[in-house]
Design a protein around this ligand. Structure first.
Ligand code: LLP
Length: 429
């Protein structure tokens, strides 16, 4: 698709220079059209499966009230991991039937809140939590539905910091321990076991690691049904579907890979005469990652003779910590210059933090100069949600685009927002 109209980069049909002028920079821009398009590909992948898909958006990728409302309108559920995310969902008016609660160390307060709100599902991450939840539910006179997060011990080929299902991991319950739970479920009368969950990591590009995990987890589904646990009817295969940040990345193809996973589930159930389960997915990055760009203004351009050119922008690791944390790759465009500008040169894009906070090590850009507007693409996931106020920098606003409409989704912080929580102890006065 040609995103350049009259030499200006248009995102989701809108002129990025005008957006930068109207809202200032840095600016997080999110396209509702792209979110809707990503969701329709996910829905499409379930087309031949006999059960309705259960698509939970992983809130950790990008949560705020407007986003929850949009997801709700599109029939998407929410995967939450904290009181903050659950309360955001409540404030946005999403019914707790649509919510799932995750976390490897949920607080007592979070569990109690989830139980009191009759959350649809709690994903139990340890045997200790199972006991705690069973006791808490008894006290509150509740019987929550749960999934067990199984650690299938699979090596997904992704960054170590976002690989979550090798044996040596804080997440989940081993396959053998899950079998013990199934075989002694009467010890937990105050919970209703609905099924099993796994999440093997993030930015995964193919079906293979899911199939390896499924191979083990589907046996647990069979064991539970053989043991007469009729309430068990759901398999949640987590999120982790990768996107194309740079040209060398391969995007996870749901139409191919989810279909492949669903076919294996269906075939297994048919040959073992088991009921076909509900299948849930929990993508975050896939839904919102490609839907976001960040607009910056170029400031200092420093030529280091014979070394490289540093192009500094007015944001950096505060609004996008993924390069600093995971050495993540990104692409960028100078919005006010023709895409095929002949005057391109390879530069390093750096942030404004008081440390080396490069955003892109080396990229060809159309001769960046002070005052240019630079768009970093694919920043919709884990940028806004991982923002920090390092260097006392304020969070940029987030705007949402839909057709030719635009609106603020999250206001930018002001310096007074930062100051309002500061207190000076009386003995320092
Ligand atoms: N479900 C569970 C239980 C998860 O832990 C996660 C992500 C997801 C779903 C969604 O994964 P996704 O579809 O977004 O890959 N901050 C890192 C990503 C950490 C992901 C943690 N869990 C990053 O910026 O790459």
């Amino acid at each position: 698709m040609n995103n350049f109209i009259d030499s200006v980069y248009h995102f989701s049909g809108q002129n990025t220079l005008e957006l930068a002028k109207e809202y200032g920079t840095p600016l997080y821009v999110i396209s509702q059209d792209i979110i809707e398009n990503q969701i329709s590909k996910l829905k499409e992948s379930f087309k031949d499966y006999p059960m309705e898909p259960r698509i939970y958006f992983a809130g950790k990728a990008f949560t705020n009230k407007g986003m929850v409302k949009l997801l709700d309108n599109l029939g998407i559920r929410l995967d939450t991991v904290s009181l903050g995310e659950m309360v955001t969902a409540k404030e946005a008016g999403m019914s707790f039937d649509k919510l799932i609660l995750h976390g490897s160390n949920k607080s007592f307060e979070e569990l109690e809140y989830a139980l009191n709100e009759n959350i649809n599902l709690i994903v139990v991450d340890s045997i200790e939590e199972l006991e705690l939840l069973n006791n808490l539910a008894k006290k509150l006179n509740k019987r929550p539905k749960i999934l067990i997060r199984v650690n299938p011990g699979v090596e997904a080929h992704t960054n170590d910091l976002i690989n979550t299902s090798r044996i040596d991991s804080k997440f989940g319950i081993s396959v053998n321990e899950t079998k013990d739970i199934i075989n002694s479920i009467e010890k937990y009368p105050n919970i209703e076991l609905k099924g099993f969950h796994f999440h093997i990591g993030s930015q995964i590009t193919e079906a293979t690691p899911y199939l390896q995990a499924l191979d083990k987890v589907i046996e647990l589904y069979k064991l539970a049904l053989e043991n007469g646990l009729d309430s068990v009817d759901e398999l949640d295969i987590g999120g982790g579907f990768g996107i194309q940040y740079v040209d060398t990345d391969i995007e996870f193809d749901p139409i191919k890979s989810i279909k492949q996973i669903l076919t294996i589930i269906q075939d297994y159930c048919e040959s073992n005469k088991l009921p076909i389960p509900l299948v849930s997915i929990e993508p975050g990055r896939y839904i919102v990652g490609p839907a976001g760009i960040t607009l910056y203004e170029v400031g200092t351009v420093k030529e280091l003779d014979g070394i490289r050119t540093y192009v500094s922008v007015n944001g950096g690791m505060t609004d996008n910590p993924r390069k600093a944390l995971y050495n993540a790759d990104y692409k960028a465009i100078i919005c006010n210059r023709e895409l095929n500008d002949s005057n391109k040169k390879t530069v390093r894009v750096s942030g404004r933090a008081c440390e080396t906070d490069d955003l892109i090590d080396a990229i060809e850009l159309a001769d960046p100069k002070r005052g240019d507007i630079l768009a970093v693409t694919n920043t919709g996931a884990y940028n806004y949600s991982m923002f920090s106020n390092y260097n006392r920098v304020t969070r940029p606003p987030v705007i949402l685009l839909k057709d030719n409409k635009k609106s603020i989704l999250v206001k930018g912080q002001t310096i007074s927002d930062l100051l309002k929580d500061d207190l000076i102890p009386e003995w320092l006065e």
